[in-house]
Ligand binder design. Structure first.
Ligand code: SF4
Length: 214
């Protein structure tokens, strides 16, 4: 459902949720979104005062690529705890290009590659819940071992993992800044930056999850 429908009083969504909260059927009210910063801002300005948490896609690849950093900062302003979906981007961050894995192993020889995704999240103070998305016993055991210790990335490690993310994105995407200069020149009136955004997301997702940015 589009954010505008949530905000339209004719659907009675807000009133319904408030009533369920008053009746004790909802203990804690929060929201989950794949929306961009503008969409989240619009929603928070309307309902933020009643929200208790927010779930977003957050991982080191999307920190810049989908501006997850900006979303965390926005939620921090609202004092909302961050719940994380796609911490390993549908399994995409469980294995990395060979050279990237070697650089990570050189810094933390005992840490598995998937664990870097969780150590990254441990370095973000407002993250209080992570939906790990484990699909077999081995991943479950691996995840339990990782979370047995709190070992957040330090500043240098954070820079390293974000540099690697930049390199992974640069390998497959078209560097469109979204300036829109080309749009008025397109004889077919295409929204070129939006189409490139979709193309880039599909390229980064590869055979993994593809969620169209809004
Ligand atoms: S493709 Fe269009 S919107 Fe993207 S950077 Fe080039 S001119 Fe700007």
């Amino acid at each position: 459902m589009n954010v505008d429908a949530y905000l339209d009083p004719k659907y009675g969504i807000y009133d319904y949720l408030m009533e369920q909260k008053k009746n004790g059927r909802i203990k804690h009210l929060g929201f989950s979104t794949h929306g961009d910063l503008a969409c989240m801002t619009k929603f928070l300005e309307a309902y933020g005062k009643d929200m208790e948490f927010c779930q977003i896609e957050l991982n080191y690849l999307d920190y810049k690529f989908q501006n997850a950093k900006g979303k965390v900062e926005l939620l921090d302003k609202w004092n909302l705890p961050v719940w994380v979906m796609e911490p390993v981007r549908g399994g995409q961050l469980a294995t990395l290009p060979e050279d990237a894995e070697a650089r990570l192993k050189a810094v933390r020889p005992d840490e598995g590659i998937p664990a870097w995704a969780f150590r990254f999240l441990q370095a973000i103070p407002s993250v209080t819940m992570t939906l790990s998305g484990m699909s077999n016993m081995e991943q479950l055991q691996d995840n339990i071992n990782t979370y047995a210790e709190n070992k957040p990335l330090n500043d240098e490690e954070m820079k390293l993992i974000l540099d690697i993310a930049d390199e992974m994105i640069a390998r497959t995407t078209v560097p469109c800044t979204g300036c829109h200069y080309c749009v008025s020149k397109c004889p077919k009136k295409l929204d070129i930056p939006f189409l490139l955004k979709l193309y880039n997301e599909a390229m980064v997702a590869g055979s993994g999850n593809f969620i169209a940015p809004m």
